[in-house]
Design a protein around this ligand. Structure first.
Ligand SMILES: *Cc1c(COP(=O)(O)O)cnc(C)c1O
Length: 351
């Protein structure tokens, strides 16, 4: 079985090896030290110099919900960039937690447009919420434009970077990103179960600390308080934390630049191979994390099923794109020869 999905992804042998071990007890100094070291490492990869990262046990959506619930009030209007199902999730969370919002709605296959974004200038938004790589369709939005918008409108910039972090260059300090949301099962190539919120100190002190908690399990304040000594408020997904710690170590050893380069090369290699196939790639900018491909004659489901039958899993799509769009991931333990095999099978199916 080979996963060309975007989460969970094909895990590295080293991560699988680690997963066999007995889990340690966690209310203990060794575990705390590992957590604190991991936070430092993560902040370094994010270019977060003055801030805190917390580790929540739950999939990526739990960090999205925690952030919305613990940072904003009905007095804070936000702007949501909604270009797919993850943008829609931010909209639903705002509705659920009674946070007023406007939406910049991007309909597939429209390209994110800086001039359209500028039509939202002048509204007193407290924050911009964006899934920088909208994984559901594979569009990577321009961080420069979003950063400039947030700056000139004095709005916080909240970035769900779940599928772009470690696949594309990312820099919180450079782009004035106030919060980054991450999850264990995408480019980190670990099991699902841990999501992360990395915050600038100023954001935490202004938006989170003074606010009354409307969540207990997902309380950011409780996580920050515990994280000061490398702990979590409740029993965390211990095994996944160990995997993340090891993966960050792995990336440190190889170098973040090399990690990004390898993913970019895999994406470019796959994109060059599929040029010969009767498919098309939407014209918007892409992340190195995945390639969205449009299959002719509504055959996307058939292609997915036939690839699955030979042990190759690509990512199907939902909703109105289910018959047309497949997404092929470039994260985790997949190599160029895996893409040779995958494309050989795709050619056979589509001929
Ligand atoms: C995967 C993903 C999420 C989180 O989804 P979960 O299923 O809750 O882990 C959120 N945002 C983006 C952009 C994603 O790719």
């Amino acid at each position: 079985m080979k996963l060309f999905t975007v989460g969970p992804v094909q895990m590295f042998p080293r991560t699988l090896e680690l997963s066999k071990e007995q889990l340690p007890y966690f209310r203990d100094e060794d575990f705390s030290n590992m957590m604190l070291h991991m936070e430092k490492q993560l902040n370094e990869f994010l270019s977060l110099k003055h801030g805190t990262s917390i580790f929540i046990s739950g999939s990526g959506t739990s960090a999205m919900e925690s952030l919305v619930a613990c940072s904003f009030t009905p007095q804070d209007k936000v702007l949501v960039i909604n270009g797919g199902s993850f943008g829609e999730r931010f909209v639903q969370l705002c509705q659920m937690h009674q946070i007023p919002y406007d939406e910049y709605h991007i309909t597939f296959p429209e390209v994110f447009d800086e001039e359209t974004l500028a039509t939202f200038d002048g509204t007193a938004y407290r924050a911009v919420l964006v899934n920088l790589h909208e994984t559901s369709i594979g569009q990577l939005y321009p961080i420069e434009a979003l950063s400039a918008f947030a700056k000139r409108n004095h709005a916080y910039l909240i970035v769900d970077a779940i599928s772009t972090f470690l696949a594309d260059p990312y820099d919180m300090d450079r782009y004035g990103i106030d919060v980054t949301i991450l999850s264990s099962q995408k480019a980190l190539a670990c099991a699902p179960g841990i999501s992360m919120i990395a915050m600038q100190q100023d954001f935490y002190e202004t938006m989170v600390e003074p606010k009354e908690d409307h969540a207990m399990y997902l309380s950011i304040k409780e996580h920050v308080k515990n994280m000061k000594r490398g702990q979590t408020p409740n029993t965390p997904a211990v095994g996944v934390l160990l995997q993340i710690s090891d993966r960050l170590e792995m990336i440190k050893e190889m170098g973040l630049e090399v990690c990004l380069q390898e993913t970019a090369e895999k994406a470019a290699y796959f994109r060059s191979l599929v040029k010969e196939l009767p498919i098309s790639i939407p014209a918007f900018p892409h992340s190195n994390a995945l390639t969205p491909i449009l299959i002719e004659q509504d055959r996307a489901k058939e292609v997915y099923q036939k690839l699955k039958a030979v042990g190759y899993y690509v990512t199907p799509s939902g909703g109105s794109l289910a018959k047309k769009l497949l997404r092929v991931g470039h994260l985790g333990y997949v190599t160029t020869s895996d893409y040779d095999e995958l494309v050989k099978h795709m050619k056979e199916i589509l001929k």
